[in-house]
Design a protein around this ligand. Structure first.
Ligand code: PHE
Length: 368
């Protein structure tokens, strides 16, 4: 009996060794849950495609998906488990900047490559040479949004309402502000809130009094939805705009009709008229019976890109996988072609959307 057990566990171990293990860290519950759920759907669609096609290096990929409950300490707890207990070959995640900044030093210390599909704060990849992202950075996003506000919306006086608990929000606000001022615009009022707040009337009243043409809100959908609603209640008749943090079906659910005519920049729209996007949207609809948002597309691209880098490396040795990730050039993604630059970031266009008829509608793509 003992002998049999040994044999069995020996077998199980061998099978495990034959799989490529990717730890995926997502905010599946809590304040940012639609972000995590969307990435998970994209990752699982890509995983299914890669594994059905025979896997990589003759091995199947296994994703160990962990929920951090939208908390940075939650992300640290699960990354520790993935690195020390599951001994994953690579970490995919987190989705937002603060949580990614919290786990990146650990991945760097263990020399396990980390690839975030969506954390845009400039500092993320500066943590070390094992830290990569497959999306653009906030210096670009903030600057492109400022250009859009100045040129396309004709704004000259802008106000900013930012989340001071979020690295993403702080960085995006400062990039926006820098370009807007360089172009000759003025930031007439800058107000703050913290994630989890529900009453923004004091800040919005102050903003109204300073008479801007546009209000830039670099936040996440839960608070932004309420801000948009309360701005309308206080009769702020100015253009509201934001960045990728708005990209959630919950935004319009929370803001209601007040969301009409607002703008945001993101990474992808299911309405982009390219064959690549069309194929992805139809595969996604078939599996989930809904349209993919930007995070679903980013999750899909990240897993496929990682699988391709492992294939090119020809081994699971982390040093080699790291090298191949760094060499990624013109990888065909649904969010655009992905080339990893010398700072381990990607350059891709910002996709501008306008909320019309209760739905984000594709306007244009802004290149670097
Ligand atoms: N860029 C955001 C961050 O760094 C995360 C995000 C990406 C949210 C894409 C929505 C869509 O925190």
């Amino acid at each position: 009996m003992v002998f049999l057990n040994l044999l069995l566990s020996g077998c199980a171990r061998k099978q495990e060794e034959e799989r490529i293990k990717i730890g995926v860290i997502l905010p599946l519950t809590g304040l940012l849950s639609t972000f995590g759920q969307s990435v998970r759907k994209g990752v699982e669609l890509a995983l299914e495609e890669v594994n059905k096609g025979g896997g990589i290096l003759g091995k199947q990929i296994e994703c160990i998906i962990e929920d951090d409950e939208s908390k940075t300490d939650g992300a640290q707890t699960v990354v520790t488990k993935l690195l020390t207990k599951d001994k994953v070959d690579l970490v995919l995640g987190e989705v937002v900047s603060s949580a990614t900044l919290a786990i990146a030093p650990l991945c760097q210390r263990y020399k396990v490559p980390l690839v975030t599909p969506s954390a845009t704060n400039v500092e993320v990849t500066k943590v070390g040479d094992y830290i990569f992202r497959t999306c653009f950075i906030d210096d670009f996003q903030g600057s492109a949004l400022a250009r859009f506000a100045f040129e396309n919306l004709g704004a000259r006086r802008a106000a900013i309402l930012k989340d001071v608990k979020s690295d993403y929000s702080i960085g995006l606000a400062s990039a926006f502000s820098k370009t807007f001022k360089e172009m000759g615009g003025e930031i007439v009022n800058e107000q703050a809130y913290a994630a989890g707040d529900t009453d923004f009337r004091t800040q919005l009243t102050s903003i109204k009094a300073s008479n801007p043409d546009a209000l830039f809100i670099p936040g996440y959908y839960t608070e932004v939805g309420l801000i948009i609603r309360q701005a309308k209640e206080l009769s702020l008749r100015i253009t509201l705009l934001g960045g990728d943090g708005w990209d959630s079906p919950k935004l319009v659910e929370i803001a209601g009709a007040s969301a009409e005519g607002t703008y945001f920049g993101t990474h992808f729209s299911p309405q982009q008229p390219t064959p690549r996007v069309r194929d992805f949207v139809s595969a996604f609809r078939q599996k989930y019976n809904e349209d993919p948002d930007a995070l679903a597309a980013l999750g899909y691209d990240a897993l496929r890109l990682v699988a391709d880098a492992i294939r090119r490396a020809g081994t699971m040795e982390r040093v080699k996988v790291r090298e191949e990730l760094a060499k990624t050039s013109k990888f065909t993604g649904v969010t655009g072609d992905i080339t990893i630059d010398e700072n381990r970031n990607a350059r891709k266009p910002l996709v501008m959307l306008k909320i019309e008829g209760g739905k984000p509608t594709y306007l244009t793509s802004i290149e670097l």
